[in-house]
Unconditional design. Structure first.
Length: 283
């Protein structure tokens, strides 16, 4: 396990509030439990049977079903809980959202990553899929729903208690992943080391952008200062970074390939190890 996790550390890309209009739309005083703080592509929310296209800064309500399109991502900040990142072609429902209390998220399809603060003693954060329920109290993990009968829970830091549809529970307290299939038993022996697919998936989602919400930025500061994270980049703006890359191009075919790969790291984390967050009480 240790050798797999020592392949390299994630270099988070954290853009400052100067990045432009998108993050300026997210204001501290406007946060009301859940809010869309970042997105790419097309993201929709269905409330009481009515679907609408979301924009950064939109408030989200209990019961909202969030869907990301192809080549799309979404980030939801839940006050008092943490950050939720949806990969492309993911469907997720905010079944219950209460600051520092009970929160339940249902993932119907796709992949969702969770970067959570330590939940208060009275709090409860659960994630439900068609085949499993994961209960946490401050951790970094990802849930992937492969199909209606198969789900995977990947733990990167902290602890997760996983329960299948037969009521059997397994606790993951170190990095690893567990596949849960409908009607089949689960056990500690079924926990496997983090797969290359799981490592790649979390790397693509571990990219953050600062905004005007102090609690959100406090979590980012916690992420980038933990001993488990090295090589953090803080860019003044995405456009400045792209300009820099273009200035360095024009050196033949090899340079062009390097430039394209470098541009991709602005939105996609490309190091080779999972993100770890050390939760603390102050958040």
């Amino acid at each position: 396990m240790k050798s797999k996790l020592s392949m390299g550390l994630i270099a988070l890309v954290i853009m400052s509030a100067a990045c432009g209009k998108q993050q300026s739309q997210v204001k501290e005083q406007d946060v009301n439990i859940a809010r869309l703080t970042f997105m790419t592509g097309k993201v929709t929310a269905t409330t009481a049977g009515t679907e609408k296209t979301l924009n950064v800064g939109d408030l989200l309500q209990q019961g909202d079903k969030i869907v990301t399109g192809s080549d799309s991502t979404a980030e939801i900040f839940i006050k008092g809980q943490g950050i939720v990142r949806l990969a492309a072609q993911t469907e997720m429902t905010l079944a219950s959202i209460q600051e520092n209390m009970k929160t339940q998220i249902n993932v119907q399809s796709g992949s969702t990553a969770f970067f959570l603060k330590k939940v208060e003693r009275a709090g409860e954060f659960t994630v439900q899929t068609p085949t499993a329920i994961a209960g946490v109290r401050g951790t970094t993990f990802m849930v992937a729903v492969d199909n209606a009968s198969t789900s995977r829970v990947s733990l990167y830091n902290g602890a997760v208690q996983v329960q299948n549809d037969k009521g059997k529970t397994v606790i993951l307290d170190k990095p690893g992943e567990l596949t849960v299939r409908s009607g089949q038993d689960i056990s500690e022996n079924a926990v496997r080391p983090l797969s290359k697919e799981s490592l790649t998936a979390i790397q693509k989602l571990a990219v953050f952008q600062k905004n005007s919400i102090m609690e959100y930025n406090s979590l980012l500061e916690e992420i980038k200062t933990t001993d488990a994270i090295k090589g953090v980049q803080i860019n003044e703006s995405v456009s400045d970074k792209f300009a820099q890359l273009k200035d360095e191009s024009g050196r033949g075919e090899t340079a062009e390939r390097v430039r394209r790969a470098d541009e991709n790291t602005i939105k996609r984390d490309t190091k080779q190890d999972p993100l770890k967050i050390q939760p603390n009480k102050t958040f």
